[in-house]
Write a protein that binds this ligand. Structure first.
Ligand code: M6R
Length: 611
Protein backbone atom coordinates (compact mmCIF):
# COMPACT_ATOMS: atom_id res chain seq x y z
CA UNK A 1 0.00 0.00 0.00
CA UNK A 2 1.09 3.56 -0.66
CA UNK A 3 3.26 4.41 -3.60
CA UNK A 4 6.58 6.20 -3.41
CA UNK A 5 8.42 7.98 -6.18
CA UNK A 6 11.53 10.18 -6.04
CA UNK A 7 13.98 11.82 -8.40
CA UNK A 8 17.44 13.33 -8.10
CA UNK A 9 19.28 14.56 -11.19
CA UNK A 10 19.27 17.34 -13.74
CA UNK A 11 15.71 17.23 -15.04
CA UNK A 12 12.76 19.05 -13.52
CA UNK A 13 11.51 16.69 -10.81
CA UNK A 14 7.82 17.67 -10.63
CA UNK A 15 6.57 16.14 -13.92
CA UNK A 16 8.50 12.96 -13.19
CA UNK A 17 6.92 12.74 -9.75
CA UNK A 18 3.39 13.40 -11.02
CA UNK A 19 3.63 10.85 -13.81
CA UNK A 20 5.18 8.37 -11.40
CA UNK A 21 2.41 8.89 -8.87
CA UNK A 22 -0.21 8.32 -11.57
CA UNK A 23 1.44 4.99 -12.36
CA UNK A 24 1.58 4.07 -8.68
CA UNK A 25 -1.94 5.23 -7.89
CA UNK A 26 -3.13 1.61 -7.94
CA UNK A 27 -1.26 1.23 -4.61
CA UNK A 28 -3.48 3.74 -2.85
CA UNK A 29 -5.48 6.81 -3.74
CA UNK A 30 -6.57 8.41 -0.47
CA UNK A 31 -4.22 11.36 -0.91
CA UNK A 32 -1.19 12.43 -2.90
CA UNK A 33 1.71 14.77 -2.25
CA UNK A 34 5.13 15.92 -3.40
CA UNK A 35 8.05 17.81 -1.87
CA UNK A 36 10.42 19.68 -4.18
CA UNK A 37 13.91 20.76 -3.22
CA UNK A 38 14.63 24.18 -4.64
CA UNK A 39 16.53 26.40 -2.22
CA UNK A 40 13.97 25.46 0.38
CA UNK A 41 11.87 22.29 0.49
CA UNK A 42 8.32 22.98 -0.72
CA UNK A 43 5.60 20.45 0.01
CA UNK A 44 2.21 20.18 -1.70
CA UNK A 45 -0.26 17.57 -0.55
CA UNK A 46 -3.92 16.94 -1.00
CA UNK A 47 -6.59 14.46 -0.05
CA UNK A 48 -7.86 12.53 -3.08
CA UNK A 49 -6.20 11.44 -6.25
CA UNK A 50 -3.15 12.68 -8.11
CA UNK A 51 -5.37 14.84 -10.35
CA UNK A 52 -6.62 16.64 -7.20
CA UNK A 53 -3.01 17.30 -6.22
CA UNK A 54 -2.25 18.68 -9.68
CA UNK A 55 -5.23 21.02 -9.47
CA UNK A 56 -4.15 22.13 -6.02
CA UNK A 57 -0.58 22.84 -7.17
CA UNK A 58 -1.96 24.82 -10.13
CA UNK A 59 0.43 27.60 -11.10
CA UNK A 60 2.56 27.41 -7.96
CA UNK A 61 6.30 27.12 -8.45
CA UNK A 62 7.30 23.55 -9.20
CA UNK A 63 10.98 24.14 -9.90
CA UNK A 64 13.63 21.84 -8.51
CA UNK A 65 15.59 18.86 -9.79
CA UNK A 66 15.21 16.84 -6.60
CA UNK A 67 11.88 15.70 -5.23
CA UNK A 68 9.88 13.02 -3.45
CA UNK A 69 6.26 11.98 -3.94
CA UNK A 70 3.65 9.76 -2.33
CA UNK A 71 0.21 8.33 -2.99
CA UNK A 72 -1.48 7.06 0.17
CA UNK A 73 -3.61 4.17 1.33
CA UNK A 74 -4.55 5.29 4.82
CA UNK A 75 -3.53 3.18 7.80
CA UNK A 76 -3.06 5.62 10.71
CA UNK A 77 -5.46 8.51 10.49
CA UNK A 78 -8.28 9.18 8.05
CA UNK A 79 -7.64 10.34 4.49
CA UNK A 80 -7.29 14.14 4.71
CA UNK A 81 -4.80 16.87 3.74
CA UNK A 82 -3.00 16.83 7.08
CA UNK A 83 -2.43 13.09 7.15
CA UNK A 84 -1.21 13.14 3.54
CA UNK A 85 2.51 12.65 2.87
CA UNK A 86 5.17 14.10 2.67
CA UNK A 87 5.54 14.80 6.38
CA UNK A 88 8.00 17.38 7.65
CA UNK A 89 9.58 17.34 11.09
CA UNK A 90 8.68 20.02 13.63
CA UNK A 91 11.86 22.07 13.12
CA UNK A 92 11.77 21.60 9.37
CA UNK A 93 14.97 19.58 9.14
CA UNK A 94 13.55 16.45 7.48
CA UNK A 95 10.81 15.74 4.95
CA UNK A 96 9.80 12.17 4.35
CA UNK A 97 7.51 9.84 2.38
CA UNK A 98 6.77 6.42 3.81
CA UNK A 99 5.09 3.16 2.83
CA UNK A 100 4.53 0.71 5.68
CA UNK A 101 3.65 0.85 9.35
CA UNK A 102 5.77 1.91 12.33
CA UNK A 103 4.41 -0.42 14.97
CA UNK A 104 6.07 1.23 18.00
CA UNK A 105 5.00 4.72 16.95
CA UNK A 106 2.84 5.29 20.04
CA UNK A 107 5.80 4.67 22.36
CA UNK A 108 8.10 6.88 20.24
CA UNK A 109 5.47 9.59 20.09
CA UNK A 110 5.16 9.68 23.87
CA UNK A 111 8.93 10.10 24.19
CA UNK A 112 8.93 12.87 21.60
CA UNK A 113 6.04 14.68 23.28
CA UNK A 114 8.06 14.60 26.54
CA UNK A 115 10.87 16.27 24.62
CA UNK A 116 8.58 19.06 23.47
CA UNK A 117 7.48 17.79 20.08
CA UNK A 118 3.97 18.39 18.93
CA UNK A 119 2.18 16.71 16.06
CA UNK A 120 -0.18 17.91 13.39
CA UNK A 121 -1.28 14.59 11.94
CA UNK A 122 -2.44 11.24 13.31
CA UNK A 123 0.15 9.32 11.32
CA UNK A 124 2.94 7.00 12.39
CA UNK A 125 5.02 8.64 9.64
CA UNK A 126 5.05 12.04 11.33
CA UNK A 127 6.37 10.29 14.43
CA UNK A 128 9.17 8.73 12.41
CA UNK A 129 10.24 11.98 10.77
CA UNK A 130 10.37 13.74 14.15
CA UNK A 131 12.20 10.82 15.69
CA UNK A 132 14.91 11.15 13.03
CA UNK A 133 15.07 14.89 13.57
CA UNK A 134 15.35 14.51 17.32
CA UNK A 135 18.33 12.17 16.98
CA UNK A 136 19.90 14.51 14.40
CA UNK A 137 19.60 17.57 16.64
CA UNK A 138 20.39 15.97 20.00
CA UNK A 139 23.24 13.71 18.90
CA UNK A 140 24.62 16.26 16.41
CA UNK A 141 25.20 13.61 13.74
CA UNK A 142 24.77 13.86 9.97
CA UNK A 143 21.46 13.04 8.28
CA UNK A 144 22.48 9.56 7.20
CA UNK A 145 23.54 8.49 10.67
CA UNK A 146 20.41 9.99 12.21
CA UNK A 147 18.31 7.93 9.78
CA UNK A 148 20.22 4.71 10.46
CA UNK A 149 20.08 5.18 14.25
CA UNK A 150 16.34 5.89 14.08
CA UNK A 151 15.64 2.91 11.86
CA UNK A 152 17.56 0.59 14.17
CA UNK A 153 15.06 1.52 16.90
CA UNK A 154 11.95 1.30 14.81
CA UNK A 155 9.69 -1.76 14.86
CA UNK A 156 7.66 -2.28 11.71
CA UNK A 157 7.84 -2.05 7.96
CA UNK A 158 9.00 0.80 5.80
CA UNK A 159 9.97 1.91 2.37
CA UNK A 160 10.95 5.54 2.69
CA UNK A 161 12.69 8.43 1.02
CA UNK A 162 13.97 11.36 3.05
CA UNK A 163 15.26 14.80 2.26
CA UNK A 164 17.25 16.83 4.82
CA UNK A 165 17.09 20.64 4.76
CA UNK A 166 20.81 20.87 5.69
CA UNK A 167 21.93 18.37 3.02
CA UNK A 168 19.74 19.33 0.11
CA UNK A 169 21.91 17.75 -2.56
CA UNK A 170 21.04 14.23 -1.46
CA UNK A 171 18.16 11.85 -0.83
CA UNK A 172 18.25 8.98 1.63
CA UNK A 173 16.15 5.89 0.93
CA UNK A 174 15.61 2.84 3.12
CA UNK A 175 13.64 -0.33 2.93
CA UNK A 176 12.38 -3.00 5.30
CA UNK A 177 9.32 -5.00 4.34
CA UNK A 178 7.99 -2.50 1.79
CA UNK A 179 9.48 -2.55 -1.72
CA UNK A 180 11.76 0.11 -3.19
CA UNK A 181 13.43 0.09 -6.59
CA UNK A 182 16.25 2.45 -7.63
CA UNK A 183 16.47 3.42 -11.30
CA UNK A 184 20.00 4.18 -12.44
CA UNK A 185 20.41 6.88 -15.11
CA UNK A 186 23.19 9.14 -16.38
CA UNK A 187 23.80 11.66 -13.61
CA UNK A 188 20.40 10.88 -12.18
CA UNK A 189 18.58 8.36 -10.01
CA UNK A 190 14.92 7.48 -9.71
CA UNK A 191 13.11 5.70 -6.91
CA UNK A 192 9.81 3.89 -7.01
CA UNK A 193 7.74 1.41 -5.06
CA UNK A 194 7.95 -0.58 -8.27
CA UNK A 195 9.64 -0.01 -11.60
CA UNK A 196 6.60 1.53 -13.35
CA UNK A 197 7.53 5.18 -12.65
CA UNK A 198 11.11 4.49 -13.74
CA UNK A 199 10.96 2.54 -17.01
CA UNK A 200 10.36 5.58 -19.17
CA UNK A 201 13.80 6.90 -18.26
CA UNK A 202 15.99 3.84 -17.67
CA UNK A 203 15.82 0.06 -17.75
CA UNK A 204 18.67 -0.31 -15.25
CA UNK A 205 17.34 -0.94 -11.75
CA UNK A 206 18.44 -2.03 -8.31
CA UNK A 207 15.89 -3.82 -6.12
CA UNK A 208 16.70 -2.74 -2.57
CA UNK A 209 16.89 -5.49 0.05
CA UNK A 210 15.48 -5.35 3.56
CA UNK A 211 17.53 -3.07 5.84
CA UNK A 212 19.30 -1.47 2.88
CA UNK A 213 19.94 2.26 3.10
CA UNK A 214 20.79 4.18 -0.09
CA UNK A 215 22.40 7.60 -0.07
CA UNK A 216 21.88 9.26 -3.42
CA UNK A 217 23.30 12.38 -4.99
CA UNK A 218 22.83 13.04 -8.68
CA UNK A 219 26.30 11.68 -9.42
CA UNK A 220 26.59 8.90 -6.90
CA UNK A 221 24.88 6.07 -5.08
CA UNK A 222 26.17 4.57 -1.84
CA UNK A 223 24.40 1.43 -0.67
CA UNK A 224 24.84 0.14 2.87
CA UNK A 225 22.78 -1.54 5.54
CA UNK A 226 21.47 -0.05 8.76
CA UNK A 227 24.60 -1.28 10.59
CA UNK A 228 26.76 0.73 8.13
CA UNK A 229 28.16 -2.30 6.24
CA UNK A 230 28.72 -1.52 2.57
CA UNK A 231 26.39 -3.41 0.19
CA UNK A 232 27.19 -4.12 -3.44
CA UNK A 233 24.44 -2.70 -5.68
CA UNK A 234 23.19 -5.36 -8.10
CA UNK A 235 22.05 -3.56 -11.25
CA UNK A 236 19.51 -5.51 -13.30
CA UNK A 237 17.72 -4.87 -16.56
CA UNK A 238 14.01 -4.44 -15.99
CA UNK A 239 11.80 -6.19 -18.56
CA UNK A 240 8.69 -4.00 -18.15
CA UNK A 241 7.68 -1.81 -21.13
CA UNK A 242 5.55 1.33 -21.33
CA UNK A 243 2.97 -0.42 -23.54
CA UNK A 244 2.30 -2.92 -20.80
CA UNK A 245 1.26 -0.21 -18.38
CA UNK A 246 -0.78 1.78 -20.88
CA UNK A 247 -4.59 1.52 -20.87
CA UNK A 248 -4.69 1.71 -24.68
CA UNK A 249 -8.20 2.17 -26.09
CA UNK A 250 -9.91 0.49 -23.17
CA UNK A 251 -12.08 2.51 -20.83
CA UNK A 252 -10.62 0.77 -17.78
CA UNK A 253 -7.58 -1.32 -16.93
CA UNK A 254 -9.88 -4.04 -15.62
CA UNK A 255 -11.55 -4.43 -19.01
CA UNK A 256 -8.17 -4.43 -20.76
CA UNK A 257 -6.95 -7.12 -18.39
CA UNK A 258 -10.09 -9.24 -18.87
CA UNK A 259 -9.51 -9.08 -22.62
CA UNK A 260 -5.82 -9.88 -22.24
CA UNK A 261 -6.55 -13.31 -20.78
CA UNK A 262 -6.10 -15.34 -23.97
CA UNK A 263 -2.62 -13.80 -24.19
CA UNK A 264 -1.75 -13.85 -20.50
CA UNK A 265 -2.67 -17.53 -20.16
CA UNK A 266 -0.61 -18.27 -23.26
CA UNK A 267 2.29 -16.39 -21.66
CA UNK A 268 1.97 -18.54 -18.52
CA UNK A 269 2.11 -21.68 -20.65
CA UNK A 270 4.75 -20.46 -23.13
CA UNK A 271 7.99 -22.44 -23.08
CA UNK A 272 6.62 -24.82 -20.48
CA UNK A 273 4.69 -27.25 -22.69
CA UNK A 274 6.48 -29.14 -25.46
CA UNK A 275 5.44 -28.51 -29.07
CA UNK A 276 3.87 -31.97 -29.34
CA UNK A 277 1.88 -31.25 -26.15
CA UNK A 278 3.18 -34.38 -24.49
CA UNK A 279 5.08 -32.86 -21.56
CA UNK A 280 5.14 -29.99 -19.12
CA UNK A 281 8.48 -28.61 -17.98
CA UNK A 282 8.54 -26.10 -15.13
CA UNK A 283 12.18 -24.97 -14.97
CA UNK A 284 11.63 -22.78 -11.90
CA UNK A 285 10.67 -25.71 -9.67
CA UNK A 286 12.74 -28.45 -11.28
CA UNK A 287 15.42 -28.35 -8.57
CA UNK A 288 12.76 -28.94 -5.91
CA UNK A 289 10.90 -31.63 -7.86
CA UNK A 290 12.08 -34.37 -5.52
CA UNK A 291 10.61 -32.49 -2.55
CA UNK A 292 7.40 -31.83 -4.45
CA UNK A 293 6.90 -35.41 -5.53
CA UNK A 294 7.60 -36.85 -2.10
CA UNK A 295 5.78 -34.19 -0.05
CA UNK A 296 3.50 -35.62 2.63
CA UNK A 297 1.35 -32.53 2.48
CA UNK A 298 0.99 -29.33 0.49
CA UNK A 299 -0.03 -26.15 2.26
CA UNK A 300 -1.22 -23.30 0.06
CA UNK A 301 -1.18 -19.80 1.53
CA UNK A 302 -2.53 -16.68 -0.11
CA UNK A 303 -5.01 -13.82 0.28
CA UNK A 304 -8.06 -12.65 -1.66
CA UNK A 305 -8.28 -13.74 -5.26
CA UNK A 306 -4.98 -15.61 -4.97
CA UNK A 307 -6.56 -17.64 -2.16
CA UNK A 308 -9.39 -18.56 -4.52
CA UNK A 309 -6.80 -19.74 -7.05
CA UNK A 310 -5.29 -21.76 -4.19
CA UNK A 311 -8.68 -23.43 -3.61
CA UNK A 312 -8.71 -24.56 -7.24
CA UNK A 313 -5.16 -25.80 -6.59
CA UNK A 314 -6.38 -27.92 -3.69
CA UNK A 315 -8.89 -29.74 -5.90
CA UNK A 316 -6.24 -30.21 -8.61
CA UNK A 317 -3.44 -31.53 -6.38
CA UNK A 318 -5.73 -33.88 -4.50
CA UNK A 319 -7.31 -35.26 -7.64
CA UNK A 320 -4.28 -35.64 -9.86
CA UNK A 321 -1.29 -35.85 -7.50
CA UNK A 322 -3.11 -37.53 -4.59
CA UNK A 323 -1.38 -35.34 -2.01
CA UNK A 324 -3.34 -33.93 0.94
CA UNK A 325 -3.67 -30.17 0.61
CA UNK A 326 -4.60 -27.41 3.03
CA UNK A 327 -5.48 -23.98 1.75
CA UNK A 328 -4.92 -21.24 4.29
CA UNK A 329 -5.55 -17.54 4.50
CA UNK A 330 -2.01 -16.29 5.04
CA UNK A 331 -3.17 -13.94 7.80
CA UNK A 332 -4.71 -16.80 9.81
CA UNK A 333 -1.95 -19.28 9.14
CA UNK A 334 0.84 -17.04 10.40
CA UNK A 335 -0.82 -16.31 13.72
CA UNK A 336 -2.23 -19.68 14.71
CA UNK A 337 0.81 -21.78 15.51
CA UNK A 338 0.27 -24.30 12.71
CA UNK A 339 1.98 -27.68 12.64
CA UNK A 340 4.65 -27.51 9.94
CA UNK A 341 6.97 -30.40 9.09
CA UNK A 342 10.14 -30.52 7.03
CA UNK A 343 8.45 -32.78 4.47
CA UNK A 344 5.68 -30.21 3.90
CA UNK A 345 5.70 -28.08 0.79
CA UNK A 346 4.20 -24.63 1.17
CA UNK A 347 2.99 -22.94 -2.00
CA UNK A 348 2.55 -19.18 -1.68
CA UNK A 349 0.40 -17.53 -4.35
CA UNK A 350 0.54 -13.79 -4.91
CA UNK A 351 0.07 -11.52 -7.90
CA UNK A 352 2.09 -8.66 -6.44
CA UNK A 353 4.62 -10.78 -4.58
CA UNK A 354 4.42 -8.14 -1.84
CA UNK A 355 1.38 -9.09 0.26
CA UNK A 356 2.56 -8.69 3.85
CA UNK A 357 0.63 -11.61 5.35
CA UNK A 358 1.69 -14.02 2.63
CA UNK A 359 5.29 -12.93 2.98
CA UNK A 360 5.20 -13.40 6.75
CA UNK A 361 3.58 -16.85 6.39
CA UNK A 362 6.41 -17.90 4.07
CA UNK A 363 9.08 -16.71 6.48
CA UNK A 364 7.48 -18.61 9.33
CA UNK A 365 7.15 -21.88 7.38
CA UNK A 366 10.69 -21.53 6.07
CA UNK A 367 12.08 -21.18 9.59
CA UNK A 368 10.28 -24.41 10.47
CA UNK A 369 11.90 -26.32 7.63
CA UNK A 370 9.20 -26.49 4.96
CA UNK A 371 10.08 -26.19 1.28
CA UNK A 372 8.67 -22.95 -0.08
CA UNK A 373 7.40 -22.60 -3.64
CA UNK A 374 6.09 -19.33 -5.02
CA UNK A 375 3.53 -18.63 -7.71
CA UNK A 376 3.93 -14.91 -8.36
CA UNK A 377 3.39 -12.46 -11.16
CA UNK A 378 5.73 -9.56 -10.37
CA UNK A 379 9.27 -10.59 -11.19
CA UNK A 380 11.82 -9.61 -8.56
CA UNK A 381 9.19 -8.86 -5.91
CA UNK A 382 9.68 -9.83 -2.26
CA UNK A 383 7.90 -13.21 -2.19
CA UNK A 384 9.89 -14.86 -5.01
CA UNK A 385 13.03 -13.71 -3.25
CA UNK A 386 12.03 -15.57 -0.09
CA UNK A 387 11.10 -18.86 -1.76
CA UNK A 388 13.25 -21.88 -2.55
CA UNK A 389 11.80 -22.16 -6.04
CA UNK A 390 8.80 -20.97 -7.99
CA UNK A 391 6.79 -20.40 -11.09
CA UNK A 392 6.32 -16.90 -12.43
CA UNK A 393 2.90 -16.51 -13.99
CA UNK A 394 4.08 -13.95 -16.60
CA UNK A 395 0.55 -12.55 -16.85
CA UNK A 396 1.94 -9.06 -17.49
CA UNK A 397 1.35 -6.01 -15.35
CA UNK A 398 -2.05 -6.04 -13.64
CA UNK A 399 -3.11 -2.52 -12.68
CA UNK A 400 -6.86 -2.82 -12.07
CA UNK A 401 -7.33 -3.34 -8.34
CA UNK A 402 -9.76 -6.18 -9.05
CA UNK A 403 -7.60 -9.10 -10.06
CA UNK A 404 -8.64 -10.87 -13.28
CA UNK A 405 -5.84 -12.07 -15.52
CA UNK A 406 -3.62 -12.78 -12.51
CA UNK A 407 -6.24 -15.27 -11.28
CA UNK A 408 -6.44 -17.23 -14.52
CA UNK A 409 -2.65 -17.29 -14.83
CA UNK A 410 -2.29 -18.52 -11.24
CA UNK A 411 -4.80 -21.29 -11.92
CA UNK A 412 -2.95 -22.16 -15.13
CA UNK A 413 0.34 -22.41 -13.21
CA UNK A 414 -1.32 -24.58 -10.55
CA UNK A 415 -2.73 -26.86 -13.24
CA UNK A 416 0.70 -27.31 -14.79
CA UNK A 417 2.19 -28.05 -11.35
CA UNK A 418 -0.55 -30.50 -10.36
CA UNK A 419 -0.40 -32.36 -13.69
CA UNK A 420 3.42 -32.54 -13.50
CA UNK A 421 3.50 -33.81 -9.93
CA UNK A 422 0.64 -36.23 -10.60
CA UNK A 423 2.47 -37.65 -13.57
CA UNK A 424 5.74 -37.99 -11.65
CA UNK A 425 4.03 -39.63 -8.70
CA UNK A 426 2.30 -42.07 -11.04
CA UNK A 427 -1.15 -40.99 -9.92
CA UNK A 428 -2.03 -39.32 -13.24
CA UNK A 429 -1.95 -41.83 -16.06
CA UNK A 430 -0.26 -40.84 -19.28
CA UNK A 431 -3.31 -40.62 -21.50
CA UNK A 432 -5.17 -38.26 -19.17
CA UNK A 433 -1.95 -36.25 -18.56
CA UNK A 434 -1.71 -35.62 -22.31
CA UNK A 435 -5.42 -34.92 -22.64
CA UNK A 436 -5.20 -32.30 -19.87
CA UNK A 437 -2.15 -30.66 -21.44
CA UNK A 438 -3.96 -30.49 -24.76
CA UNK A 439 -7.07 -29.03 -23.13
CA UNK A 440 -4.97 -26.41 -21.37
CA UNK A 441 -3.45 -25.23 -24.64
CA UNK A 442 -6.95 -24.80 -26.10
CA UNK A 443 -8.08 -22.46 -23.31
CA UNK A 444 -6.91 -19.15 -24.87
CA UNK A 445 -8.97 -19.75 -28.05
CA UNK A 446 -11.98 -20.82 -25.99
CA UNK A 447 -11.76 -17.66 -23.89
CA UNK A 448 -11.83 -15.60 -27.08
CA UNK A 449 -15.23 -17.09 -27.92
CA UNK A 450 -16.53 -16.13 -24.47
CA UNK A 451 -15.23 -12.57 -24.87
CA UNK A 452 -17.27 -12.32 -28.08
CA UNK A 453 -20.39 -12.63 -25.93
CA UNK A 454 -19.60 -9.47 -23.94
CA UNK A 455 -22.54 -7.51 -25.39
CA UNK A 456 -25.04 -10.19 -24.27
CA UNK A 457 -23.42 -10.40 -20.85
CA UNK A 458 -23.66 -6.62 -20.54
CA UNK A 459 -27.41 -6.85 -21.23
CA UNK A 460 -27.74 -9.28 -18.33
CA UNK A 461 -25.66 -6.95 -16.15
CA UNK A 462 -28.04 -4.08 -16.86
CA UNK A 463 -30.94 -6.10 -15.42
CA UNK A 464 -29.20 -6.68 -12.09
CA UNK A 465 -27.26 -3.46 -11.59
CA UNK A 466 -29.62 -2.27 -8.85
CA UNK A 467 -29.50 -5.45 -6.78
CA UNK A 468 -28.56 -5.06 -3.13
CA UNK A 469 -27.37 -8.64 -2.70
CA UNK A 470 -26.26 -11.51 -4.88
CA UNK A 471 -25.53 -15.17 -4.34
CA UNK A 472 -22.92 -17.19 -6.24
CA UNK A 473 -23.11 -20.98 -6.26
CA UNK A 474 -20.81 -23.66 -7.60
CA UNK A 475 -19.70 -27.19 -6.76
CA UNK A 476 -16.32 -28.93 -6.98
CA UNK A 477 -13.86 -26.99 -9.12
CA UNK A 478 -16.54 -24.38 -9.62
CA UNK A 479 -17.03 -23.53 -5.96
CA UNK A 480 -13.84 -21.39 -5.88
CA UNK A 481 -15.10 -19.76 -9.09
CA UNK A 482 -18.31 -18.84 -7.26
CA UNK A 483 -16.23 -17.30 -4.46
CA UNK A 484 -14.18 -15.35 -6.97
CA UNK A 485 -17.30 -14.16 -8.82
CA UNK A 486 -18.76 -12.86 -5.54
CA UNK A 487 -15.51 -11.09 -4.62
CA UNK A 488 -15.33 -9.41 -8.04
CA UNK A 489 -18.87 -8.09 -7.70
CA UNK A 490 -18.54 -6.81 -4.14
CA UNK A 491 -15.17 -5.14 -4.50
CA UNK A 492 -15.98 -3.03 -7.55
CA UNK A 493 -19.75 -2.49 -7.40
CA UNK A 494 -20.22 -2.49 -3.59
CA UNK A 495 -23.12 -4.96 -3.92
CA UNK A 496 -23.11 -7.44 -1.08
CA UNK A 497 -22.33 -10.85 -2.59
CA UNK A 498 -21.69 -14.29 -1.12
CA UNK A 499 -20.13 -17.35 -2.72
CA UNK A 500 -21.29 -20.78 -1.50
CA UNK A 501 -20.88 -24.42 -2.40
CA UNK A 502 -24.27 -24.98 -4.04
CA UNK A 503 -25.21 -27.81 -1.68
CA UNK A 504 -24.64 -25.58 1.36
CA UNK A 505 -27.42 -23.25 0.24
CA UNK A 506 -30.06 -25.31 2.00
CA UNK A 507 -28.16 -24.97 5.28
CA UNK A 508 -28.86 -21.26 5.57
CA UNK A 509 -28.45 -18.96 2.56
CA UNK A 510 -31.66 -20.29 0.97
CA UNK A 511 -33.51 -18.11 3.50
CA UNK A 512 -32.24 -15.06 1.59
CA UNK A 513 -33.80 -16.06 -1.69
CA UNK A 514 -36.78 -14.11 -2.98
CA UNK A 515 -37.75 -12.54 -6.29
CA UNK A 516 -35.14 -9.80 -5.80
CA UNK A 517 -32.17 -12.09 -5.31
CA UNK A 518 -29.93 -12.73 -8.35
CA UNK A 519 -28.29 -16.13 -8.00
CA UNK A 520 -25.29 -16.74 -10.24
CA UNK A 521 -24.83 -20.47 -10.68
CA UNK A 522 -21.67 -21.89 -12.24
CA UNK A 523 -22.98 -25.15 -13.65
CA UNK A 524 -20.97 -26.58 -16.50
CA UNK A 525 -21.10 -30.31 -17.26
CA UNK A 526 -19.15 -32.23 -14.63
CA UNK A 527 -19.67 -35.04 -12.18
CA UNK A 528 -21.98 -33.02 -9.95
CA UNK A 529 -24.04 -31.55 -12.81
CA UNK A 530 -27.26 -33.35 -11.85
CA UNK A 531 -26.89 -32.15 -8.28
CA UNK A 532 -26.47 -28.52 -9.25
CA UNK A 533 -29.49 -28.77 -11.56
CA UNK A 534 -31.46 -29.68 -8.43
CA UNK A 535 -29.96 -26.69 -6.62
CA UNK A 536 -31.13 -24.43 -9.44
CA UNK A 537 -34.63 -25.86 -9.10
CA UNK A 538 -34.53 -25.10 -5.38
CA UNK A 539 -33.71 -21.46 -6.16
CA UNK A 540 -36.41 -21.23 -8.81
CA UNK A 541 -38.97 -22.75 -6.45
CA UNK A 542 -38.36 -19.71 -4.22
CA UNK A 543 -38.62 -17.22 -7.10
CA UNK A 544 -34.90 -16.40 -7.16
CA UNK A 545 -33.47 -15.10 -10.43
CA UNK A 546 -30.95 -17.57 -11.86
CA UNK A 547 -28.11 -16.52 -14.10
CA UNK A 548 -26.30 -19.72 -15.02
CA UNK A 549 -22.92 -20.26 -16.63
CA UNK A 550 -23.37 -23.49 -18.59
CA UNK A 551 -21.65 -25.68 -21.13
CA UNK A 552 -22.41 -24.85 -24.76
CA UNK A 553 -25.52 -26.67 -25.93
CA UNK A 554 -26.96 -27.26 -22.45
CA UNK A 555 -30.72 -27.44 -22.81
CA UNK A 556 -31.69 -28.64 -19.33
CA UNK A 557 -30.58 -25.55 -17.41
CA UNK A 558 -31.68 -23.26 -20.22
CA UNK A 559 -35.27 -24.33 -19.56
CA UNK A 560 -35.20 -23.39 -15.89
CA UNK A 561 -32.74 -20.46 -15.59
CA UNK A 562 -33.64 -16.83 -16.26
CA UNK A 563 -30.45 -16.35 -18.28
CA UNK A 564 -27.69 -18.64 -19.44
CA UNK A 565 -24.20 -17.77 -20.55
CA UNK A 566 -22.58 -20.56 -22.51
CA UNK A 567 -18.90 -21.46 -22.35
CA UNK A 568 -17.14 -24.05 -24.53
CA UNK A 569 -17.01 -27.65 -23.38
CA UNK A 570 -13.83 -28.77 -21.56
CA UNK A 571 -12.55 -31.24 -18.97
CA UNK A 572 -14.04 -30.31 -15.58
CA UNK A 573 -10.60 -29.57 -14.11
CA UNK A 574 -10.05 -26.90 -16.78
CA UNK A 575 -13.49 -25.32 -16.33
CA UNK A 576 -12.46 -22.65 -13.74
CA UNK A 577 -10.44 -20.91 -16.46
CA UNK A 578 -13.48 -20.54 -18.69
CA UNK A 579 -16.33 -20.09 -16.24
CA UNK A 580 -14.72 -17.21 -14.34
CA UNK A 581 -14.62 -15.03 -17.48
CA UNK A 582 -18.39 -14.27 -17.73
CA UNK A 583 -18.43 -13.51 -13.99
CA UNK A 584 -15.59 -11.01 -14.40
CA UNK A 585 -17.41 -9.36 -17.33
CA UNK A 586 -20.72 -9.18 -15.49
CA UNK A 587 -19.11 -7.59 -12.41
CA UNK A 588 -17.28 -5.10 -14.58
CA UNK A 589 -20.44 -3.97 -16.39
CA UNK A 590 -22.56 -3.83 -13.23
CA UNK A 591 -19.92 -1.60 -11.63
CA UNK A 592 -19.69 0.67 -14.68
CA UNK A 593 -23.49 0.94 -14.88
CA UNK A 594 -23.58 1.89 -11.19
CA UNK A 595 -21.03 4.62 -11.84
CA UNK A 596 -18.36 3.04 -9.64
CA UNK A 597 -14.66 3.69 -9.99
CA UNK A 598 -13.83 0.28 -11.42
CA UNK A 599 -10.05 0.47 -11.41
CA UNK A 600 -9.76 2.17 -8.04
CA UNK A 601 -12.61 0.94 -5.85
CA UNK A 602 -13.10 2.70 -2.53
CA UNK A 603 -10.97 1.68 0.46
CA UNK A 604 -8.87 -0.79 -1.54
CA UNK A 605 -5.35 -0.86 -2.89
CA UNK A 606 -3.71 -3.21 -5.32
CA UNK A 607 -0.81 -4.26 -3.21
CA UNK A 608 -1.47 -4.92 0.47
CA UNK A 609 1.87 -4.45 2.16
CA UNK A 610 0.41 -3.97 5.64
CA UNK A 611 -0.96 -6.71 7.87
O1 M6R B 1 -0.95 -9.55 -4.75
P1 M6R B 1 -1.71 -10.66 -4.09
O2 M6R B 1 -2.16 -11.68 -5.08
O3 M6R B 1 -0.98 -11.28 -2.95
O4 M6R B 1 -2.99 -9.95 -3.52
C1 M6R B 1 -3.93 -10.66 -2.77
C2 M6R B 1 -5.21 -9.87 -2.60
O5 M6R B 1 -4.95 -8.66 -1.97
C3 M6R B 1 -5.90 -9.60 -3.94
O6 M6R B 1 -6.14 -10.77 -4.65
C4 M6R B 1 -7.23 -8.87 -3.71
O7 M6R B 1 -8.13 -9.70 -3.07
C5 M6R B 1 -7.80 -8.33 -5.01
N1 M6R B 1 -8.36 -7.03 -4.82
C6 M6R B 1 -8.88 -9.19 -5.57
O8 M6R B 1 -9.42 -8.69 -6.74
Amino acid sequence: MCGIVAYIGERKAYPILIKGLQRLEYRGYDSAGVALVNGSINSYKRMGKVKDLEEFVGDSSTDGTIGIGHTRWATHGEPNDTNAHPHTSMNGKFTLVHNGIIENYAHLKKELVNRGYDFKSETDTEVLVNFIENIYLEQKVDAELAVRVALSKVVGAYGLVISCADEKDKLIAARKGSPLVIGVGQNEYFLGSDASPIIEYTDQVIYMNDEDVAILTKEDLVLKNIQNDAQKPKIQKVELTIDEIDKGDYEHYMLKEIYEQPTSIMDTIRGRITMDKSKIFLGGINDEMQKLTTAKRIIIVACGTSWHAGMVGEYLFEEFARVPVEVEYASEFRYRNPVINSDDVLIAISQSGETADTLAAIKMAKEQGATIIGICNVVGSSIPRETHAGVYTHAGVEIGVASTKAFTSQVTALMMMAFTIGQKRGSLYDELYKQLINELTLVPEKIKTILEKTADIKDIASLYKDANNALYLGRGYLFPVALEGALKLKEISYIHAEGYPAAEMKHGPIALIDENMPVFVVATKDKSYEKIVSNIQEVKARNGKVIAVVTEGDTTIKKMADHVIEVPDCHEAIAPLLTVIPLQIISYHIAVLRGCDVDQPRNLAKSVTVE
